[in-house]
Design a binder for this molecule. Structure first.
Ligand SMILES: C[S@@+](CC[C@H](N)C(=O)[O-])C[C@H]1O[C@@H](n2cnc3c(N)ncnc32)[C@H](O)[C@@H]1O
Length: 263
């Protein structure tokens, strides 16, 4: 796939997630498995109130707020999108509870000192960074010796199904997706010890079905001849069937990994 200028990819991705479509289609939590998977990840990481957790590419901070409330940890939420950070801050102020520290910044140049956090969390975002290697090296820099990493992301084997080439936004999020072993390699290359790998593809399948249903309902309300990104109802149905089939063939999936920086 043709790669754009890295700064263009980053800004496009942050801008895409700032649109109201995202909240409409995904709800509060912007990854497969939602807050249930986030809580599962928090338990896998054995979070405690003593931990400082950095949520990298945190969106509007749904996971950050959930982890702070559920485990009592201090959470720093970073996102490149100005709108995501602003909405996250105002929601945090409205909801009360354990405060989350929001900050705008780039995952490939984290704004924190070396060894300043106990845990780095990154949900459904590493595959969108132009240089995931740089991002993971940043995790190795900011996490303390003995600190932990919690990662969930889209997995992909082989080329994208042809039908997916029609939706630039989808492709943008899948372009950097890789097999689970490649995520593990990224972590070990940066000096981490991989502790856990889980296949969460069923969560991706549920989310894809939900988004497909929402898009088809929207097209139905628009009436005959309606289209979405140039695709009519039949084309959207075909595209969504192709995605589900790719998940069924294990070409697309979702995975959870945890890792530890040796003490
Ligand atoms: C799929 S959403 C995931 C959000 C959140 N982690 C969640 O699971 O709810 C991806 C997020 O990554 C952010 N993002 C993309 N590139 C980034 C970068 N280089 N640095 C920081 N955030 C970035 C986007 O703005 C978007 O909010």
């Amino acid at each position: 796939m043709m790669r754009e200028d890295p700064s263009v990819i980053k800004q496009c991705c942050a801008a895409a997630y700032a649109t109201p479509w995202v909240a409409l289609l995904l709800g509060e939590s912007w990854h497969p498995g939602g807050l249930d998977l986030t809580e599962h990840l928090g338990r896998a990481l054995a979070l405690t109130p003593r931990d400082v957790v950095a949520d990298v590419a945190a969106g509007e901070g749904a996971s950050a707020r959930h982890l702070a409330a559920r485990f009592g940890c201090e959470v720093w939420a970073l996102d490149l999108g100005e709108a995501q950070v602003a909405r996250g801050q105002s929601r945090d102020a409205r909801q009360g509870g354990a405060p989350v520290r929001f900050q705008q910044g780039d995952a490939e140049a984290l704004p924190w000192a070396a060894g300043s956090v106990d845990v780095v969390l990154c949900e459904c975002a590493l595959c969108t960074f132009p240089s995931p290697e740089t991002a993971v090296q940043e995790w190795a820099r900011v996490v303390k010796p003995g600190g932990r990493i919690g990662l969930t992301d889209v997995t992909r084997r082989g080329p994208l199904p042809a039908a997916l080439d029609n939706l630039a936004g989808w492709v943008g999020c899948l372009a950097g997706a890789r097999p689970v072993e490649a995520y593990a390699d990224l972590l070990t290359t940066a000096g981490f010890q991989v502790l856990r790998r889980e296949d969460r593809s069923a969560d991706l399948s549920v989310l894809v079905a939900r988004i497909g249903q929402a898009l088809l309902t929207w097209l139905q309300f628009q009436g005959p001849g309606a289209s979405l990104g140039g695709l009519d109802r039949a084309a959207v149905e075909g595209l969504w069937a192709a995605i589900q089939e790719a998940i069924g063939r294990h070409e697309l999936g979702y995975a959870l990994l945890t890792a530890r920086r040796p003490a």
